[in-house]
Write a new protein. Sequence first.
Length: 563
Amino acid sequence: MGKEKETESVDFIRAIINRDLGNGKNDRRVHTRFPPEPNGYLHIGHAKSICLNSGIARQYNGKFNLRFDDTNPAREETEYVESILEDVRWLGADWEDRLFYASDYFNKLHEYAVKLIKDGKAYVDDLMADEIREYRGTLTEPGRESPYRNRTVEENLDLFEKMRAGEFPDGSLTLRAKIDMASGNINMRDPVMYRIKHAEHHRTGNKWCIYPSYDWTHGQSDSIEGITHSICTVEFEDHRPLYDWFLDQLEVHHPQQIEFAPLNLTYTVLSKRKLRQLVEEGHVSGWDDPRMPTIGGLRRRGYTAEAILDFCDRIGVAKRDSVVDIALLEHCLREELNRSAMRVMAVLKPLKVIIDNYPDDTVEELEAINNPEDESAGTRMVPFSREIYIEQDDFREDPPKKFFRLAPGREVRLKHAYFITCDRVVTDEKTGEITELHCTYDPKSRGGASPDGRKVKGTLHWVSAAHAIDTEVRLYDYLFGKEDPLVTDGNADFTSNLNPDSLEVLTSCKVEPSLAESKPGDRFQFLRHGYFCVDSVDSKKGKLFFNRTVSLRDSWAKIEKKK
C-alpha cells in the first residue's frame, strides 16, 4: 500500500499506541479497522482513514479489519458494498480474511440488549421520534424523562420481544438506554438502541424488523472483533462517553476510541449526504463522475492510488480541524504521473496544415521519446505525412507581441519532426474562419534539429492527418467555483456554488495512432495540455474517450519553491 516514511517524531495516535505497547496493554496487540456504512461511495476523506488504520496495523505488525456498519437497510445497497470493496482494495489496504459486517452480529447485539434490559439499564419507549427530540432538551437545558422510562424489567422484555416479532408498526416503539436525562452530553440522554423498520436488509433479508442504531452497534462490533484502537474522526468525540458506557455496562473487551481531524479540502464538498444530493438531483452523472471527490470518481478521472497515498502521508494526522489546499493533492498527482505517464501528441482543437513541398505519397516513421523522466520507457515511432493537424491556438494570422508559435512567414519546430514555415492561409469565404494552412518544410531539419544553427522559438505538437484517431476529450475543472462551497449568499443551497464550466466536451479531437490499443484507465501526458486518462466507463474498442486528469500547471510546486 505504499511506504510509511521514517520521521523523527510520531503523530499523537502513534504516540498513544507506543505508550500502550510499552505498558503491555491489550497483550501488546494492535488491531484496527475501517468501518464504512454502505450507503454511498467512499470519498477522498475516507482514503485518509483507510491509509491511517491499515498503515498503523502494518507498521506495528498488527491486524486490520474491513467491516461494513450496515444497520440502516433503507439507505444501504449491494452496489455500495461492491464499490467500497473495490476502493479499499485499490488503495492497497489488505484485510486478509477479516471482512465483516455489523449484520453478522445482529444476534449477539440482541443478546446484549436483553442483558441491559434485565440489568435495568434499557427500556422500551412509546414516544415518537419528534417527542424523543423534544424530551431530550437542549445544550443549555436538561432533558425530561419519558413517562415510560420506569417500566418493569418484565414489561420491557415482553415489549422488546414483541418488537422483535414484528407486532408493532414502524416507529411506534424504540429501545432506549437508561442513562441520564440531565447529562451535559446530549448523547447520554437515554439514546435509542433499536428502532422498528419493516425493511429488507441487503444481507439478512426480512429476518429482522428491528435494527440497531449506529451508536449501539459500533462499539460492540469493535469489541467482538477484538479491536484495540478504534480510530475515527472528531465528529464522534462527543459520542465517546456513550461508546465507553455501553462497553462498561456489558463488561466486555473495551477498545480505546481515538479521534482525529477529518480531511477538509478547498473547492470540495466531503459530506456523503451532500454528495448524494448532487447525484440524486442530476448535477453530476453519478457517484463516479470524474468531478466528484469519490475514490471511484478520482480513479475514473485518472488519479493513481500512489498519488492519493502520498497526499495522505503529507497532510499527516492532527487533532484540530484545518483546510488543505487542493493544489497539494494535484501536486502529488503530477509528481506521480510525471514519473509514470507516457508522453504522446494529441490535438484537441485541430487546424489542418498542408506541407506543400513534402512528397504526397510519403509517410515517415519518426522516433519519439516516451518519457524523458524514465529512460527505461524507451521510444516509439510516430508517422509523419504531408497533411497534419496542429492546435488552432498555435496559429495567429496577426500575432500579438510575445506570441512565438506559428504565424504567416514564421518558422517553428514540429516536435520530433521538422521545421516548417507558414506560406499561405485559407479561410472560409462566408465566415472568414481559417480552414487550413499551407506551409513548407526544411528537409534537413529532420528530428527537429537545426541544420545550420538557426534558432526558432516555437515548438508545436502535431498529429498526422491520415493516421490520426478521432476521439472525444472531456476537460474537467473544479466542480465548485468557490474555495469554500458551503458558504452561500443568503439562504441559497450549496449547489448555487456549482461551477458551470466544470466540464467542457471536445468532440473533434485527434490523437496519434499509438493510442489505438489503449485500455480503460491508461494514463498519458498529452504534450502541452496536461495528463489524461482513458475513460473506464464509456471507452470501448474502436472508440476512445479521454478525461483530463490534471493540467500541467503546478501552483503548489511554485509555493514550495518560494519557501
